[in-house]
Design a protein around this ligand. Structure first.
Ligand code: SAM
Length: 259
């Protein structure tokens, strides 16, 4: 049965078999691992994921997919027909024994950030491999001084090594979306950078990016500027530096000196 793509659910199905294989091969898992696929749709990625010899749980909001996806369900593979953002993932997977979690997803652009924020809380999360709009992938993988560098990128850098894997042209999808996409990988850091007080660091990052186009000095009026300026100078930055120029390492240095 042909299922008509619903635009409201961001349904652009990936048709290119080489890209599908490349995405699945980009993660290495074993029998003890749990892969969570978000939005399996008609099963384009799922059909490869079931061959990875790991446990697999898929979240799909569209119950019309049941007729297609049910053939993948077995002892190792479960399909949950729920909105991932409304789901209690830990509760849903509590009966499964696993060592590490790998997220894999071709997700609609409008829920990319909420999904990342939700799944990054999972204690056993090892990596996230996401197929997202190219522009979003570039923003998330961007480095300081790049115009798309923002607070979420800095925050994610604290937890993950972020790698832009490859671009996927828009004609690899059906229906064809307006823009190209890209695959991006977030790998949990084995050791997190040394931070005295995470709360201070996260508040600093949020405040630093508060008003776009403002200098750091303007956005950080409540802070001890002399201390911050000293660190900026040590890093060859001037008093008019903006948050977009500050790496995670410099934010950490500042946070450790003010907490
Ligand atoms: N994985 C398939 C592929 O690559 O062809 C489908 C990808 S399609 C871009 C996104 C999928 O996510 C759709 O099947 C859609 O129904 C599903 N989806 C959208 N919002 C969702 C949500 N909040 N929770 C779970 N699934 C969702």
């Amino acid at each position: 049965m042909e299922i008509k793509a619903k635009k409201s659910l961001g349904q652009n199905f990936l048709k290119d078999e080489n890209i599908l294989k490349k995405i699945c091969e980009s993660i290495t898992t074993n029998k003890q691992d749990l892969i969570i696929e978000i939005g399996p749709g008609t099963g384009a990625l799922t059909k490869h994921l079931v061959n990875k010899n790991s446990k697999l749980v898929c979240y799909e909001i569209d119950t019309r997919m049941e007729s297609i996806l049910k053939k993948y369900e077995n002892k190792e593979t479960r399909i949950i027909y729920k909105d991932i953002l409304e789901s209690n993932i830990i509760e849903d997977i509590k009966e499964i024994e696993y060592e590490k979690i790998y997220i894999i997803a071709n997700i609609p652009y409008y829920i990319t950030t909420p999904i990342i924020k939700k799944v990054m809380e999972l204690a056993k999360l090892e990596s996230m491999t996401l197929l997202v709009q190219k522009e979003v992938a570039e923003r998330l993988a961007s480095k300081p001084k790049n115009k798309s560098y923002g607070s979420l990128t800095v925050y994610l850098n604290y937890y993950f090594e972020i790698e832009y894997l490859f671009t996927v042209k828009n004609n690899c999808f059906d229906p064809i979306p307006k823009v190209d996409s890209a695959v991006i990988n977030f790998k949990r850091r084995n050791t997190k950078p040394k931070v005295k007080d995470e709360k201070v660091l996260f508040k600093l990052i949020e405040d630093a990016f508060k008003l776009k186009r403002k200098t750091l000095k303007n956005n950080l009026k409540e802070y001890d500027w002399a201390k911050i300026y000293e660190i900026l100078q040590q890093n060859n930055l001037t008093e008019s530096a903006r948050a977009e120029e500050i790496s995670l390492e410099i934010f950490i240095d500042i946070a450790n000196n003010i907490s």
